[in-house]
Design a binder for this molecule. Structure first.
Ligand code: HEC
Ligand code: HEC
Ligand code: HEC
Length: 466
């Protein structure tokens, strides 16, 4: 029996078709964007930003540079070129380009790292100036189009696992500095490997539809009501440092909710990037600026410490930023709206729960109290308190499960060169025991969080290694 195709599917298909045609016929999407810079065409054209003066001035302020030098102009003087490259190197740190574009044990920026997504695996391309396999024959315009519009040199639409949805906010001058830096690296001959995406996600037409709905090339919009430092911080967080790539929730098509920073599970890594608007999760609104700077720079501050994917962000990127930039980011993070506090879990006094917590208390005494203290008070500065520790009491318990199963490793940074770490208990404790000890820790000494189940622990027992 055949049913007529519902009208809304037809309408949806028509709308998608129009969007998709729009993507292919107007790859740069600039038409929707008054005031965006237009990539110069033709090999000889200097990449002069066609930005209105006001925006140009504002973007110079946010990019921390007084003048927007073109690479050609800068090349005229060797010291100008060196300065441009140095700025590019700094921006590459702030943007953590190396993280994704370097294979474990491979040459820096030569690509080949596999990035797991719910839609399959993407293999990062080679960004070194090798002419056959890297971006050695790219122009500054080609590079700008990739960073700003998410389009490769050959016109191929790029997947947003490359966070161009954030990088699009970088002004042309910053893109040119990055390009000058990448072009100065040693060329590495490393052919790009094909992505391993599942049908239909491997189809450019799907990506075109996705982009039509979710992506507009843009620019950072400074807020004139705010200080220069706040604007610089907002620019760094929203643009190069792409914090929202992890900290903002994504929908079922992998599109980020924008700059909400409301917290998100990282599906492939099995970590939770806490909400930066919730002080009971990762929010730092009530912290003094110096403490935020210390956390971002050294990976630890008091009982708060970063681990997992955030430890990598600190060690590869944030610790290399200068204090003024970290202070600017801190000022912006302090200003994020505070989200509502959820009600604490209602204590469950059933005999089954009481037995489980008693078993957890025993395990705690045997395995944990030496470091974290009999009352969860910790031992500063080596071992964090677990009493009143938001990393322990957060609604999502996955990060605590990770620490216990796989150990806790703070990053080694210049400001904290020999961090204390926590041994992995995965080989020693069963899923049930991990659940018991964590349920105990989450509800003892004034902590009021819901218990953890053994099946939840089991889900995170095996973790992808890269
Ligand atoms: C979170 C991981 C990630 C980060 C961070 C990242 N990239 Fe990428 N990048 C990718 C992936 C994956 C691709 C491949 C996308 C595709 O082929 O559709 C890519 C593609 C590219 C391309 C296109 C290359 C080509 O041959 O088409 C360029 C250029 C690029 N990235 C530059 C950068 C720069 C510059 C930075 C830092 C400012 C950066 N990337 C940061 C993951 C990342
Ligand atoms: C690759 C994913 C990723 C990126 C990018 C990322 N974070 Fe995180 N972040 C996490 C995860 C996962 C955690 C939870 C683990 C932890 O607490 O260290 C976290 C934790 C945090 C915390 C709470 C730390 C604590 O101990 O209370 C803060 C604050 C934070 N991130 C800020 C930022 C800022 C600011 C940026 C951008 C500069 C950023 N993050 C970029 C994944 C990420
Ligand atoms: C050898 C000392 C040691 C022992 C034993 C130990 N821990 Fe830890 N634990 C640490 C250190 C150090 C950290 C901080 C690591 C980091 O920054 O990632 C930590 C972090 C944690 C965290 C994350 C808190 C945070 O602020 O990020 C939890 C949860 C935790 N431990 C629970 C336990 C439990 C439960 C046990 C017993 C099964 C235990 N620990 C045993 C040293 C220890």
């Amino acid at each position: 029996m055949r049913r007529p195709l519902p009208l809304f599917i037809l309408v949806l298909a028509a709308v998608l078709l129009v969007c998709v045609i729009g993507q292919f016929s107007d790859k740069n999407n600039e038409r929707r964007l008054p005031g965006a810079t237009t990539p110069a065409s033709g090999p000889a054209a200097a990449p002069a930003p066609a930005t209105p003066a006001g925006v140009a001035a504002a973007s110079a302020a946010v990019s921390g540079s007084a003048s927007a030098t073109t690479p050609e102009a800068a090349l005229a003087s060797t010291s100008g070129y060196a300065a441009l490259r140095a700025r590019g190197a700094y921006l590459a740190r702030a943007s953590d380009c190396m993280a994704c574009h370097t294979r474990r044990g491979g040459a820096a920026y030569a690509g080949g790292r596999s990035i797991a997504t719910p839609f399959g695996e993407l293999i990062s391309p080679n960004l070194t100036p090798d002419r056959q396999t890297g971006i050695g024959n790219w122009s500054a315009d080609d590079f700008w189009r990739a960073l700003h519009n998410g389009v490769s040199k050959d016109g191929r639409l790029l997947y947003p696992a490359f966070p161009y949805t954030n990088y699009t906010r970088m002004p042309r001058a910053d893109a040119d500095a990055l390009f000058a830096y990448l072009q100065s690296l040693p060329a590495v001959n490393a052919p790009n490997a094909p992505h391993q995406l599942r049908f239909p996600y491997d189809q450019q037409i799907m990506l075109a539809a996705w982009r039509a709905i979710y992506f507009r090339p843009g620019s950072f919009q400074p807020d004139p009501q705010r200080s220069a430092a706040w604007n610089r911080g907002a620019y760094l967080v929203q643009g190069p440092a792409h914090c929202s790539a992890c900290h903002s929730p994504r929908n079922w098509l992998g599109a980020s909710e924008g700059e909400t920073l409301a917290g998100a599970l990282l599906p492939m890594q099995g970590w939770y990037a806490p909400s930066l608007t919730a002080p009971q999760e990762g929010g730092v609104q009530q912290w003094p600026t110096a403490r935020i700077v210390q956390l971002l720079q050294t990976g630890r501050s008091g009982d708060a410490g970063v681990s997992g994917p955030m430890a990598e962000v600190v060690s590869r990127s944030l610790q290399h930023l200068d204090a003024a930039d970290l202070g600017a980011m801190a000022e912006y993070l302090q200003s994020l709206p505070v989200s509502a506090t959820p009600a604490p879990a209602t204590p469950d006094n059933s005999p089954a729960t009481r037995n489980m917590l008693a078993a957890g208390e025993q395990l705690y005494g045997r395995h944990c109290a030496d470091c974290h203290g009999a009352k969860g008070q910790g031992q500063a500065p080596a071992y964090p308190a677990l009493a009143g520790n938001r990393a322990v009491t957060m609604l999502h318990s996955v990060n605590a499960v990770h620490s216990v199963l796989h150990g806790g490793f703070a990053p080694a940074t210049a400001g904290n060169p020999r961090p204390y770490s926590m041994p992995p208990f995965g080989p020693v404790l069963s899923d049930t025991e991990v659940a018991q000890v964590l349920s105990f820790v989450r509800s003892a000494w004034g902590n009021q969080a819901a218990p953890v189940s053994a099946s939840e622990v089991n889900r995170y027992r095996t973790v992808p290694l890269d």
